[in-house]
Design a protein around this ligand. Structure first.
Ligand code: GLY
Length: 429
């Protein structure tokens, strides 16, 4: 089987790596891929952008690709699945209408309200003055979400009125998320522990994968600005098997059923960002793709069934598919270019990746890297994801940092407390 994976981050490297372990897979192409995908034995990078749909469709037809897997949200929300399916090509991911669950916060909130999915109370505004008046009425802490895709930067959790007013000003007056982004959702602040539920669906059946916890802030102890994610671990003790079953029944299933009522079949990945407080589980957000870096740990834990799940979802029939996990924990530490998520420099040589990869149960996924004449150079904010399996959460964390210690590049930085919140919940620290 020949597969095309679209995207260029750590998530897509993990997808390529996991799919390539299946002996039915003979060749994988990554468009455009990164320094890590190009080093995988079965994989070749091709220089076509994730948003060049005509280029991708031509490539798939000319090279007899059997299945295309979409990593990031942009091509999904722009309708790549609709275009491939119109051409009769098999593709994994939600179509444009379903991907609105991520692309429009207001749409997602409306779906949740109609499906009685627990989430924070909210109001939607299209006028700056009305939004500002509501803000002053509600006070802080409060959450302000720009409606459209905003590369992870559209959500402000404001603890002061100044932060909240500034967030509204950026959206409505400064138009930092574009002139079309004229809708905000203002919602109540939720207390609790955040966790990421990932599942694969064919629009009817749902296969939950493991629940993980991301670390969004750039510095230890959840300080500093938000990033795409500085590390993750799974399974997350805050969401045990009983709670995972509840999320499937009370959140994921009502979501796809409500979309079905609206004439939309949701296939692909369900990402539910959760807020868990005791027995209360509420939805922070839905996304239409695997999280990054959650994907790296969740796929590392899968022992078998991933390709069948992806194929079954794309074909619309998961009824006989099972995904089995290793009875292990996985932890991943992201190495960044110092300065990220603000300004940083790139183009530095990275050493030690092979030494880290050689350690048993460690896999180094690449994110912002380029291969250049047998050298691997930094090319982005999030550079590498050092991922490890261990018999316990503590063992997986220790192993991941053992891998981190082998690697170096100029300006390298990382968080030193990945997984600590899980160890606290387990009472181990
Ligand atoms: N790590 C958060 C996300 O992928 O949205």
């Amino acid at each position: 089987m020949k597969i095309l994976v679209i995207g260029s981050g750590g998530r897509e490297h993990a997808i390529v790596w996991k799919l390539s372990q299946d002996e039915r897979v003979e060749k994988i192409y990554a468009a455009p891929g990164n320094g890590g995908t190009s080093c995988e034995e079965k994989c070749e990078n091709i220089n076509i952008k994730a948003t060049d749909f005509d280029g991708l469709i031509n490539f798939v037809k000319e090279n007899n690709i059997d299945l295309t897997v979409v990593g990031p949200e942009d091509p999904l929300s722009c309708g790549i699945v609709d275009m491939f399916e119109k051409e009769g090509l098999l593709i994994f991911g939600p179509n444009k209408a379903a991907a609105q669950m991520e692309a429009s916060k207001a749409f997602a909130k409306d779906v949740m309200k109609n499906a009685n999915i627990p989430t924070a109370d909210y109001e939607k505004f299209e006028e700056y003055d009305e939004a500002l008046a509501y803000l002053h009425k509600k006070g802080t802490p409060i959450v302000i979400k720009a409606d459209g895709l905003a590369a992870g930067k559209g959500v402000t959790v404001a603890f002061t009125m100044e932060e909240a007013e500034n967030a509204l000003k950026e959206i409505f007056l400064d138009k930092v998320f574009g002139s079309q982004n004229n809708t905000v959702v203002i919602e109540d602040f939720m207390e609790g522990e955040e966790a990421t539920y990932l599942a694969i669906t064919d629009g009817v059946n749902i296969i939950p994968l493991s629940v993980s916890q991301d670390h969004k802030r750039v510095y230890d102890d959840d300080k500093g600005p938000n990033t795409g994610g500085m590390g993750a671990y799974t399974p997350a003790p805050v969401c045990d098997a009983n709670k995972i079953e509840r999320v499937t029944k009370e959140i994921a299933k009502p979501m796809i059923d409500e979309l079905k009522k609206r004439g939309i079949t949701y296939k692909g990945v369900i990402y539910a960002g959760l807020m868990i407080n005791g027995e209360s589980i509420k939805v922070v957000e839905f996304n239409a793709r695997f999280g990054d870096p959650e994907c790296q740990v969740v796929l590392s834990r899968i022992e078998s069934g991933f390709l069948d799940a992806v194929l079954g979802s794309a074909k619309g029939d998961l009824s006989n598919v099972k995904v089995i996990n290793h009875n292990k924990s996985a932890a991943c530490v992201i190495l960044i270019s110092g300065g990220y998520p603000k300004d940083y420099k790139s183009g530095y040589e990275i050493t030690g990746i092979n030494e880290a990869d050689k350690i048993e149960n460690i896999k180094v996924f690449h994110a912002g890297t380029n291969a250049d004449n047998n050298k691997i150079l930094t090319s982005g904010g999030r550079v590498l994801c050092v991922t490890a399996l261990g018999d316990t959460l503590a063992a997986s964390i220790e192993k991941a940092y053992q891998g981190v210690n082998k690697i170096s590049f100029q300006d390298m930085a990382f968080r030193k407390d990945i997984g600590k919140k899980g160890l606290k919940i387990l009472g181990e620290i």
